[in-house]
Design a protein around this ligand. Sequence first.
Ligand code: HEC
Ligand code: HEC
Length: 334
Amino acid sequence: MIFSGDNSLWQVLFVSSRGCSKPRHALRFMDAAHTVCAVQVLLLLFAGLSAPGELMANSKLVEQGRYLFQAAGCLSCHRDDRTLAGGRPLVTPFGTFYPPNITPHRESGIGRWSEEDLVRALRMGLDPAGRHYYPAFPYPSYTRMTQRDMHALYAYLMTWPESSRPSRPHAISWPFSSRSLISHWKQGRFTPGAAVVNPERSTQWNRGAYLATALGHCTECHTPRGFLGTPDNTRFMAGTCSGPEELRVPNITSDDDTGIGRWSFEELETFLATGERPDGCYTSGLMMEVLGTSCMGLTDNDRRALAVYLASLPPIHHNLDYLCATFEDDEFLE
Ligand code: HEC
Ligand code: HEC
């Protein structure tokens, strides 16, 4: 199995050492991806000794799952060095979330979960006991995944090496610490259900929309949020002053002045493949991680579809230079 993002990633690491900004974290993800692939190959070889036909079908499904897992950026939150034993802290105005252990360990991870449990988590934002998940777990995007993709994702997740490391409890302040509040949040703000094809658009556009909004969770960072972190879809992808880790996240609508409307289609494709902006500088931090963990590993066709969808976003004038300087603290209050 070859991690198709390899070459472009090396290129970026090499080129960026001369450029404007350095992608720092991406390499560790690649190591993890390789290790897991090697383990899977072994597992599948052993599993398949008795049933070669099943092996072929299974390895295809697991490979599909691996691709989706990568496209959906699961690793970027759930990684812990080389395992999925609970990831990086997600600092928000409500407190800090610690993504849990999602290895197939029966006690500490999701080893007891059935496929239906995973589907319920991704589709409905509910745990196997029916409790609500915080939307810090991007199920408001993942709910749009197709059943088939969730099926492949489950097959893949179950091939990860187990880790017994217990998940860390979130450090959320009251009243947000109460999960019952999430059910109020969900009402009217969260619409469960797989993505529906827009018949007025091309297959390529629909694929791009799926990659960006169901798997890519681009909106989770690029759309500003209001009360309790609700995405403000009147400013869809128009950027925010208070993104994750209190970072400013740029406007990526096609607005000429405040978005990326002046980028050519080729420039957008290059960005998604390498992180190089039209000005020759490389994107940094979180976005480089998104590219390294998901976009760079997409097939050329998928990356192009993503670019087609992004280029079609209606322009929204949202001037962050102005907003971030003046209303910095008001962004979350709606
Ligand atoms: C932006 C960060 C982020 C990304 C990306 C992310 N997760 Fe999570 N995930 C979380 C957080 C935070 C929680 C805990 C939510 C809670 O406690 O309410 C979580 C919870 C989970 C759970 C529930 C585990 C349990 O023990 O209850 C599963 C399963 C899961 N994630 C799988 C995935 C998969 C599969 C992907 C990719 C398709 C993914 N996550 C992507 C942050 C993330
Ligand atoms: C974890 C948060 C996060 C996610 C998820 C995310 N981005 Fe970004 N994005 C950022 C940040 C932060 C920057 C600014 C980086 C910088 O200043 O170098 C950025 C920059 C960009 C830019 C460059 C804009 C400019 O003006 O330089 C584009 C294009 C972009 N993102 C597209 C996407 C797409 C497409 C997706 C989904 C596949 C996505 N982003 C997902 C945080 C995110």
